[in-house]
Design a protein. Structure first.
Length: 160
């Protein structure tokens, strides 16, 4: 990540590093996000230190590779702040966007998810993203994700 050459190796200091090198890191080597999702959300950091994740309008059957029996999905966003000197992390926000899948449904409208980060200025922020595949049957909801069917990635990384 090209951290400072003045720090000792292994000190976990991310000052002066290039956090953008972490973006698109895939947590599941068996199922990458680009294989599961055929649209690209955009991620921006506003001047007010708010992360905005925007999805364009999309057709769910064309935009997603879905496992058998999947009739709903949840886009899950985990945002964390890291204090490497203290060896601590803090959850900024855990956000989910659930979408039911219906045969012949209209396109999913564009959506923006906002994550306020003002209280974390001075720290690195990482946004993890995963897709949770669901089978809903009445009141029961079963998760269909397995080791070979769980795309997860680092969607964004910022130094506030």
């Amino acid at each position: 990540m090209k951290t400072s050459i003045n720090d000792d190796r292994g000190t976990l200091c991310l000052n002066n590093c290039r956090l953008d090198r972490l973006v698109n890191f895939q947590f599941n080597e068996n199922f990458h996000m680009q294989d599961a999702l055929n649209i690209d959300p955009t991620v921006n950091l506003t001047e007010e230190n708010q992360i905005e994740i925007s999805f364009p309008i999309f057709d769910i059957n064309r935009a997603l590779l879905l496992p058998k029996d999947c009739n709903a999905i949840a886009f899950k966003f985990h945002t964390f702040s890291f204090n490497f000197k203290e060896r601590e992390f803090t959850e900024v926000k855990d956000e989910e966007w659930e979408i039911d899948i219906v045969y012949g449904q209209d396109p999913i409208p564009a959506k923006t998810i906002s994550i306020p980060c003002n209280e974390f200025v001075g720290t690195p922020i990482l946004v993890g993203f995963t897709i949770i595949y669901l089978y809903k049957n009445g009141r029961r909801c079963n998760v269909l994700n397995e080791v070979d069917c769980t795309p997860a990635t680092i969607l964004a990384a910022f130094q506030l």
